[in-house]
Design a protein around this ligand. Structure first.
Ligand code: SF4
Length: 259
């Protein structure tokens, strides 16, 4: 069974929500910000890919426009002009403003990316943990994982679980350990950086959580601030005296062996 950071986080917050989404396979509602997020991640990816492909040892091969703001904005325009997945005018204008702020935050001096949009897959007991890391920089202090955040309108401390999952993913792909993880908040232009723990410690915590998921039988609801964004309130006994019955059709709920 596949798991992601989002699935692990959902289980940590509310077993019942996890059960409905991942065991019963109920769909989430589409998020309006998803298109913007895809376009911004894509524009940043293409921009940093251009920087990575530069030849720093030979300035003659250094394209002068590679780190220019216009280059970054042109990548977003490419998404805006795409007839298949167009952004609205409002999303495009907001995206331009966020990318201008991003570029200004670095003042055009960008570190060399070590990895970009790196997918990872690793096995934890019977689970396959998958994910994608936005960027890893090779800095004088060691490897730094960068995650672009669009959803949050205010700074929140990086989630230790996400740190663990990214550290494991990075380690699985490269055999290296990251020193830091930074969240770049696109809406505010701020960065939050924390020290990353050793891969062995991260693995122990993630493995423990996966074991909890594998053993769980009851999947009780747990109320919290996350209920406000829950797609399954109509099925939840904490939200209604007469919740809708859960659709009968679903996936297997237990994998049937311990680890
Ligand atoms: S409304 Fe809250 S308690 Fe109910 S399933 Fe959703 S997250 Fe869990």
């Amino acid at each position: 069974m596949k798991l992601s950071y989002t699935a692990l986080k959902t289980f940590q917050q509310c077993n019942f929500r996890y059960h409905l989404r991942y065991n019963r396979g109920l769909p989430s509602r589409p998020r309006p910000a998803a298109q913007s997020s895809r376009a911004l991640h894509g524009a940043l990816h293409l921009f940093h890919q251009g920087l990575k492909q530069q030849h720093p040892s030979d300035p003659a091969l250094f394209p002068p426009t590679a780190n220019a703001l216009d280059t970054l904005l042109a990548h977003l325009k490419g998404y805006y002009d795409n007839p298949l997945r167009p952004l609205t005018d409002e999303q495009y204008q907001e995206g331009r403003a966020l990318l201008m702020r991003y570029w200004e935050a670095y003042r055009g001096q960008f570190p060399t990316p070590y990895l970009l949009e790196e997918k990872f897959t690793l096995h934890v007991g019977p689970f396959v943990l998958t994910g994608r890391i936005d960027r890893v920089d090779d800095t004088p202090d060691g490897f730094e994982i960068i995650d672009y955040k669009l959803a949050q309108r205010s700074i929140i401390p990086p989630d230790p679980l996400q740190l663990d999952v990214y550290q494991l993913g990075f380690h699985a792909q490269t055999g290296e350990a990251a020193k830091k993880l930074s969240f770049y908040y696109l809406r505010t232009g701020q960065t939050e950086t924390v020290e990353a723990d050793e891969p062995a410690a991260a693995q122990s915590r993630v493995r423990g959580l996966c074991r909890d998921i594998n053993r769980e039988q009851e999947f009780h609801p747990q109320e919290g601030a996350w209920c406000a964004s829950c797609d399954f309130r109509e099925f939840c006994p904490t939200q209604s005296r007469t919740p809708r019955p859960i659709p009968a059709k679903g996936r297997a709920t237990q994998l049937g062996f311990d680890f």
